[in-house]
Design a protein around this ligand. Structure first.
Ligand SMILES: Nc1ncnc2c1ncn2[C@@H]1O[C@H](COP(=O)(O)OP(=O)(O)O)[C@@H](O)[C@H]1O
Ligand SMILES: [Mg+2]
Length: 269
């Protein structure tokens, strides 16, 4: 943890869903801070409340108890300081890549000329130059995900939340996007709150990794990743410090994944 005040602070938040006669406590008494310029990743089993957590921070859902503050004040829906790359890319199929990416700026009353200039910059930054006029269906999954990221970065949020953004991609595309994300993170000083179920990805990218317990989700453990940046993420696995952190967190993750499996079979832990 850095000594500076956190950008985002979740303090003892709980969230219960009541749907069709079923009551699910998704998140329970969860606390987490995201310091400025940090890369914080949450790893946890499927269904433990990770997406719920991001939806809460984005202001799309309310907590039942606890508080969510950004720079010390409650978060409002549509806060432009917080960008959200959701699990599914949601580019508009009827718009070209360029128009998808500049849309948030037009929405924010930026002039068309300025929006086009900034779109060109970000399209280049995420490695999509030459595809400005392509429609989403003409792009691969990895390219659409790059577009999704560019569309979030273009309005220069201070914090970008990403929900398993590279999950469905093949290994090569994934590695390439991980490298690009780290480079952008280092260049822009944006803070990242990242979700993945892949511990190796979490450690390779992050300055801090939090393990989330099985539902009801809470933070089981949090570790600072002491590996220096810039990182060669294709080779970081060979680093002995990486192994130490991995083994420590893997033990905890294994335990929460087993607990999640017991839970889904209806057994008591
Ligand atoms: N809108 C909703 N209504 C009812 N239940 C929900 C809703 N969103 C999520 N849940 C439930 O909350 C739990 C956590 O879901 P989610 O946050 O999507 O998990 P994760 O992203 O970790 O896989 C699950 O049991 C899920 O069924
Ligand atoms: Mg999810």
């Amino acid at each position: 943890m850095t000594a500076s005040a956190p950008l985002l602070r979740l303090d003892a938040i709980s969230k219960r869903f009541e749907a069709r006669g079923r009551s699910v406590l998704a998140v329970d008494n969860l606390s987490l801070s995201v310091p400025p310029e940090s890369f914080v990743t949450i790893v946890g089993p499927s269904g433990c409340g990770k997406s719920t957590l991001l939806n809460i921070v984005a202001g799309l859902m309310r907590v039942d108890s606890g508080s969510v503050t950004y720079r010390g004040a409650p978060v409002q829906v549509g806060d432009r300081r917080i960008g959200y790359v959701t699990q599914q890319d949601n580019l508009f199929p009827w718009r070209t890549l360029r128009d998808n990416i500049l849309f948030p700026l037009i929405f924010a009353n930026v002039s068309r000329a300025e929006a086009e200039k900034r779109a060109a910059y970000w399209i280049d930054k995420v490695g999509l130059a030459g595809f400005e006029n392509a429609y989403p269906h003409e792009l691969s999954g990895g390219m659409r995900q790059r577009g999704n990221i560019a569309r979030t970065l273009i309005y220069q949020p201070e914090l970008i939340m990403m929900d398993e953004p590279f999950g469905p991609l093949d290994a090569q595309t994934r590695l390439q996007l991980q490298k690009e994300l780290l480079r952008i993170w280092q260049e822009t000083k944006v803070s990242v709150l990242f979700i993945t179920h892949d511990l190796a990805e979490a450690i390779a990218l992050s300055s801090e990794v939090a393990i989330m317990s099985a539902r009801p989700g809470t933070i089981d453990a949090i570790r600072t990743v002491t590996l220096p940046y810039p990182r060669d993420i294709a080779r970081i696995h060979d680093n002995p410090d990486y192994r130490t952190i991995y083994d420590d967190l893997w033990q905890r993750l294994e335990r929460v994944v087993e607990a999640a499996q017991r839970g889904s079979r209806g057994e008591q832990p």
